[in-house]
Design a protein around this ligand. Structure first.
Ligand code: J2J
Length: 547
């Protein structure tokens, strides 16, 4: 079904919408209404901590109403698409809420995006506005924003955070917009409207846009807050980019606001910054990807010595967490652990606080909602029957907060959705005996070597068992004779060495079949990461293919 109010958005069929409303999952509330309600309930609580700034819910609401006044005065209107790219900060939270206040639609870019991505988002979303910092990690974002605007005539204005000097139209200073008179929240916005445009997490090509409605996103936020047992005492460290779906909604910033807790903005996930905040701000919840959690663990002795963090629940998601690393994290931090397997398209799975240690360390949890429909099918036959429990196949899902199609992208929809509306996740999973999911790779990552299929994850897991190996990625690289050859990229522990024959001998010892041993072993200083910090296998494959 196509949405009338924002062409390009694909919605649920009427029948499903009715079902979700009748079941009380979709409550007819907009993000602005929800935020006002939360701000009233928790007026005196601290909503956001950013450096020395501590802002209460009441103050945050008044800041948001004023910034919304600024956006409105400068021509930002309901349902306008606004690309937001700011570092983690109070300002970012305010911008997202102020746009929602007006019923405008934030397009949630990541700090690492540059001209190519921003331009593609602007084109696809027909965005009118771009919000950027003046500089980011050495890049002149203002110059990049100007280039994007030259390419995309739909962009009418650029809002700049912390500009170097005085700006002239169409450039606007965010600080100036924050000083306008407050305006009331939009009364026209419907809960069934698009609330925001998320980005798909794929590491090939420019991300696709994902339209999430007020109804569906808020359901996922409320449900996440419940499953993760958030409360007014929750103190959440936002170290991954705040605009990423994990940090924003699983349960993330919005989940914390739902419960009346505090969000601590971490400007950079560097251990020197994040570990200090974990301790000083007495953080109870922190979201991370596996490589980040490991970096924190390695740096812990330097910053936190042997201090345990028993109040902390460390969430790890976004990519598969090795079970042994999971146990090391538990022991090293003296904290609790939660695995989160989610996707910006919708479905989120969590391990629960009451689960056994084995479930928490070895599985990626189970759906957060009993209304999530899941099935595992043969990837070759996406419209075929579900496989028996325990068998490995592609995960497909449908439900009250999982999209039925990408934003304005019928070509992608044809590949990513089944005829009956299930989203094809591309993830290879099995359902374990405990009823949890084990994510064992992605369809596109399977190596096809001379007629044999190899799961890179299996080889990676065994290589990680070698004491010299700190991190690893195994990928299939195109080869004229074999179709693909297996390349292993290893990061070694400090001062350690490991030759290709030694790596292969280790895998043989671990009982791996000969055809699974890597053909080529590269020792590297670091692995390429996606913009949220997952290992970027596509980049490894491409890098090698081009020499
Ligand atoms: C293995 N693979 C995982 C996990 C995601 C919460 C948490 C994460 C995301 C996210 C998110 C994984 N183990 N624990 O949006 O709300 C891989 C899968 C999945 C893809 C989605 C959230 N958790 N993945 O990572 O849209 O391959 O969302 O399909 O960026 O990441 O990526 P993305």
């Amino acid at each position: 079904m196509r949405a009338a109010r924002l062409p390009g958005a694909v919605f649920w069929p009427e029948e499903a919408q009715r079902r979700y409303r009748e079941a009380g999952l979709w409550r007819g509330q907009t993000l602005a209404q929800w935020f006002q309600e939360r701000a009233q309930l928790f007026a005196e609580n601290v909503a956001v901590v950013d450096g020395s700034r501590r802002v209460s819910y009441a103050e945050l609401e008044s800041n948001v109403a004023r910034l919304a006044g600024g956006f409105l005065a400068r021509g930002v209107a309901e349902l306008d698409r606004v690309i937001v790219q700011l570092p983690n900060s109070l300002e970012l939270v305010e911008v997202l809420l102020a746009l929602s206040w007006l019923g405008a639609v934030p397009v949630l870019a990541l700090p690492a995006h540059r001209r190519a991505e921003l331009s593609a988002f602007a084109a696809r979303a027909r965005a009118t506005t771009l919000v950027v910092p003046s500089r980011n990690a050495g890049a002149d974002m203002l110059e990049i924003a100007r280039e994007v605007q030259r390419e995309q005539p739909s962009l009418e204005r650029i809002v700049v955070h912390e500009p170097q000097g005085v700006l002239a139209a169409p450039l606007l200073d965010l600080a100036v917009l924050r000083a306008y008179a407050p305006v009331p929240a939009s009364a026209q916005t419907l809960a069934s409207d698009v609330a925001l445009l998320q980005l798909s997490g794929g590491s090939t090509g420019v991300p696709k846009l994902i339209a999430r409605t007020h109804d569906d996103y808020l359901y996922s936020v409320r449900q996440s807050a419940r499953v993760c047992e958030l409360s007014e005492q929750t103190r959440f460290l936002a170290a991954l980019p705040m605009t990423h779906n994990f940090t924003l909604s699983s349960p993330g910033i919005l989940g914390v606001f739902h419960a009346g807790g505090s969000v601590v903005a971490c400007p950079h996930p560097l251990p020197a910054i994040a570990l200090r905040l974990l301790l000083e701000e007495r953080i109870t919840l922190a979201a991370s990807v596996p490589s980040l959690a490991q970096a924190w663990l390695e740096a812990k002795p330097r910053y936190l010595r042997d201090i345990a963090l028993p109040e902390l629940t460390l969430q790890v998601g976004g990519a598969r967490l090795d079970p042994q690393v999971a146990r090391e994290l538990l022991a090293g931090f003296g904290c609790r652990l939660q695995q989160v397997f989610g996707m910006a398209e919708g479905l989120v799975n969590y391990t629960r606080a009451t689960d056994s240690l084995d479930v928490i360390c070895e599985t990626q949890g189970r759906p957060m909602s009993e209304h999530d429909e899941l099935r595992v099918v043969l990837p070759e036959n996406p419209d075929g029957p579900a496989l028996p429990a325990g068998e490995l196949g592609e995960l497909q899902t449908r439900g009250p907060y999982t999209i039925r199609g990408y934003f304005d992208d019928p070509e992608a929809d044809a590949k990513a959705f089944t005829r009956d509306g299930f989203y094809r996740t591309g993830d290879l999973v099995r359902v374990t005996a405990s009823g949890n999911l084990s994510v064992e790779g992605r369809i596109g990552d399977r190596i096809l070597r001379g007629g044999e299929k190899i799961a890179p994850q299996e080889v990676e897991e065994q290589l990680l068992r070698h004491p010299s190996v700190r991190d690893v990625a195994v990928v299939g690289v195109a080869d004229a004779t074999w179709g693909q050859k297996t390349h292993a990229f290893l990061i070694l522990a400090e001062g350690a060495t490991l030759t290709a024959p030694q790596a292969r001998a280790h895998l043989r010892e671990r009982g791996l079949a000969e055809f699974k041993l890597p053909d080529v072993v590269h020792v590297v200083a670091e692995l390429p990461r996606t913009k949220v910090g997952k290992t970027d296998r596509a980049a490894l494959r491409a890098r090698h293919a081009t020499g």
